[in-house]
Design a protein around this ligand. Structure first.
Ligand code: CA
Length: 239
């Protein structure tokens, strides 16, 4: 049997060298990258069993790498490395399909134990295609980002790529008032040519799928004259 391959994406040279040494010492085959772009390219080209992913990286940050990996349905397990106390990052990481999270500084012993646990959990996956994608609960709905579906008690809906992107963005900016211009720039991109109506149209479609009562939404709330605010748990608004 060939060795399990681990890709280390970490820009701090001393840490990367220490990690690579420790992993080779444990019998892993190790690939390494010092920035997000190179890391993503290597991950897609080599499909390693596991990716160790730093968040603060030059050229492309860790979340962007993770999103791109999952969009390409790469089945590699991903363990995020990050600085202490970044609770927001931890939540985000799991939402985007990270398998585990290790806080710096960590002992290589602890890290190797965690990696082995993650590898054991992911051993049953079909290589190349991620079967248990990132599922996120929103109120009583479950969104499956890998399967492009949203399920609520008694209903199952397909989601378009833009509906998923918009939901992803809402999840990353929970309880924040988002104006239509920001949503257009960040979700659709500056080069696209949608109008403010595009945002409203997508919100309407999402509400019909997500909200128990679309005409009285509790997750995607209207902020009059501005845009929208997303509430994952669900908020009861006055009628
Ligand atoms: Ca870094």
């Amino acid at each position: 049997m060939s060795a399990t391959r681990v890709l280390v994406i970490e820009d701090e040279l001393p840490l990367r060298l220490a990690l690579c040494d420790a992993l080779r010492g444990e019998g892993f085959e190790v690939l390494e990258a010092a920035d997000g772009e190179r890391g993503l390219a290597l991950a897609l080209a080599e499909a390693p069993e596991l990716v160790l992913l730093d968040l603060m990286l030059p050229k492309r940050d860790g979340f962007s790498v993770l999103r791109a990996l999952r969009e390409d349905r790469l089945s590699s397990a991903v363990v995020i490395l990050s600085a202490r106390g970044e609770e927001w990052d931890r939540v985000q990481g799991f939402e985007y399909g990270a398998d585990d999270y290790v806080v710096k500084p960590f002992s290589t012993r602890e890290l190797v134990l965690r990696l082995r646990a993650v590898l054991a959990r992911s051993a049953g996956r079909t290589p190349g295609l991620r079967e248990e994608g990132a599922k996120v609960r929103i109120g009583e709905a479950v969104v499956d980002f890998a399967a492009y579906t949203l399920e609520r008690p008694g209903a199952r809906h397909g989601l378009s790529r833009m509906e998923l992107e918009l939901l992803r963005y809402f999840l990353a900016h929970e309880n924040t008032t988002l104006d239509r211009g920001t949503l257009l720039d960040d979700v659709w991109g500056r080069d696209a040519d949608p109008t403010a109506r595009t945002v409203d149209t997508h919100v309407l479609k999402l509400r019909k799928k997500l909200e128990p009562e679309p005409e009285n939404p509790r997750h995607i709330l209207t902020v009059h004259g501005v845009g929208y605010r997303f509430c994952r748990q669900g908020e009861l608004t006055s009628r």
